[in-house]
Design a protein around this ligand. Structure first.
Ligand code: GLA
Length: 401
């Protein structure tokens, strides 16, 4: 009797340790990397991924903080007789493990894609019913990141499906950042924190400023539409669990101003910074945007508070983000088609963020202002900020004591 009791006690004691969970201490700041989908779609192969890896390494992207090289949909071949998945041998003749080894040899991390349904959105074999096998495979290949999509999931419960894959990854034992890609359909911000490290909040992005591309049963969204779409979920984001407004479209066809505005807003929102352009053929301006370390520092700030729209007047929005050491990032965004004048009186704008319990009161504290795109100090908050902002562009500043 005593023995049974002791055994039961031991189970009670150790059960929490054995209990499946997500890997913690990952993505303490929003993940940064590159993903194949936005630019290359279905047209991927190992040569491309290797050349992107080289470009990530040599272009300065790695030094700027980008880490993950993520292969999105359409890498899959077939399952073998035991049910294990293998890559398309034409596209990836050397296999995924060799590619992951190559990525790791450059000091980068490797990410892979699957889907909770029977088939991926691109029509390839997905993980439903094979979660544990797939997790073992990814882990053996050396994956550090999994993006997990939501196509062909009829009858599936989202929390259950994503939790199953979380548990499978945990059981496989290799720490993997788990990116939930169910487009915000089932309010993942409400349950995602215990399941993954980031969750998509909307449908797919497209490289336009403010459009909707209607495909009938689904739409793709321009960057402003996405920034507008989920206004009230910032309290769900924080270190290890981020709202993901989708991958970047910088360098994929918008104007320079629009690319800059897009990147600035993503940093204000503490969004994952997953570039989606051809890193081996970047223009100077694309490089300047993606690798602006001062703007990236706003995104990666360790306080981990998602910024928000504080005000809007004459098509100029004012976004604010509290940062470490009582710094603030402020982004003035001109959504109109004309140049707009900004005339911002700091003393009349005492900004209190109820979420982080921080207040910006320039009547009590004087801040130095740094223009993050021009990379210049432009005075203090004792004077009004006056500036002209080009159409679809931003003025982004950092206030420091
Ligand atoms: C969905 C996702 C995209 C991309 C494609 C791939 O649409 O939201 O980000 O992964 O599938 O088919």
């Amino acid at each position: 009797m005593k023995k049974i009791f002791l055994n039961f006690f031991a189970v009670l004691l150790f059960c929490p340790l054995l209990h499946a969970q997500k890997f913690d201490k990952l993505a303490l700041t929003p993940p940064m990397g590159w993903n194949s989908w936005n630019k290359f779609g279905r047209d991927i192969n190992e040569g491309l991924i290797r050349s992107i890896t080289d470009a990530m390494d040599t272009s300065g992207m790695k030094d700027a903080g980008y880490q993950y090289i993520v292969i999105d949909d359409c890498w899959q071949g077939t399952r073998d007789s035991l049910g294990f998945i293998h890559p398309d041998p034409q596209k990836f003749p050397s296999g995924i493990k060799a590619l992951a080894d190559y990525i790791h040899s450059k000091g980068l991390k490797f990410g892979i894609y699957s889907c909770a349904g029977i088939q991926t959105c691109g029509g390839f074999p997905a993980s439903r019913g094979h979660e544990y096998q797939d997790a073992i495979m990814y882990s053996q290949w050396g994956a550090d990141y999994l993006k997990y999509d939501w196509c062909n999931t009829d009858g599936l419960n989202a929390v259950g499906a994503y939790t199953t894959m979380r548990d499978a990854l945990y059981a496989a034992g290799r720490p993997i950042v788990f990116s939930l890609c169910e487009w915000g359909n089932n309010d993942p911000w409400k349950w995602g924190k215990d399941v993954g490290h980031l969750w998509r909040t909307t449908g797919d992005i497209t490289a336009c400023f403010d459009c909707e591309l209607n495909h009938g049963t689904w739409s793709q969204w321009g960057v402003m539409k996405i920034a507008e779409m989920r206004k009230d979920i910032r309290q769900y984001a924080g270190p290890g669990h981020w709202n993901d407004p989708d991958m970047l479209e910088v360098g994929n066809g918008m104007s320079v101003n629009e690319d800059r505005a897009h990147f600035s807003l993503w940093c204000m929102m503490a969004a994952p910074l997953i570039s989606g352009n051809d890193l081996s053929a970047m223009s100077t301006t694309t490089k300047e945007i993606l690798m602006n370390k001062e703007v990236i520092a706003v995104d990666q700030d360790s306080l981990g508070v998602q910024g928000y729209k504080y005000d809007s007047k004459d098509s100029v929005e004012v976004w604010v983000k509290p940062l470490m050491r009582d710094d603030w990032a402020i982004c003035f965004l001109n959504r109109s088609l004309q140049k707009q004048k900004v005339d911002f009186d700091w003393s009349k704008n005492i900004i209190t963020d109820e979420l982080s319990k921080r207040t910006l009161n320039t009547n009590e504290t004087k801040y130095n202002i740094r223009n993050l795109w021009v990379k210049k100090n432009i005075g203090t908050t004792k004077k009004k900020l006056t500036a002209k902002i080009a159409s679809h562009d931003v003025l982004m500043v950092r206030l420091s004591k």
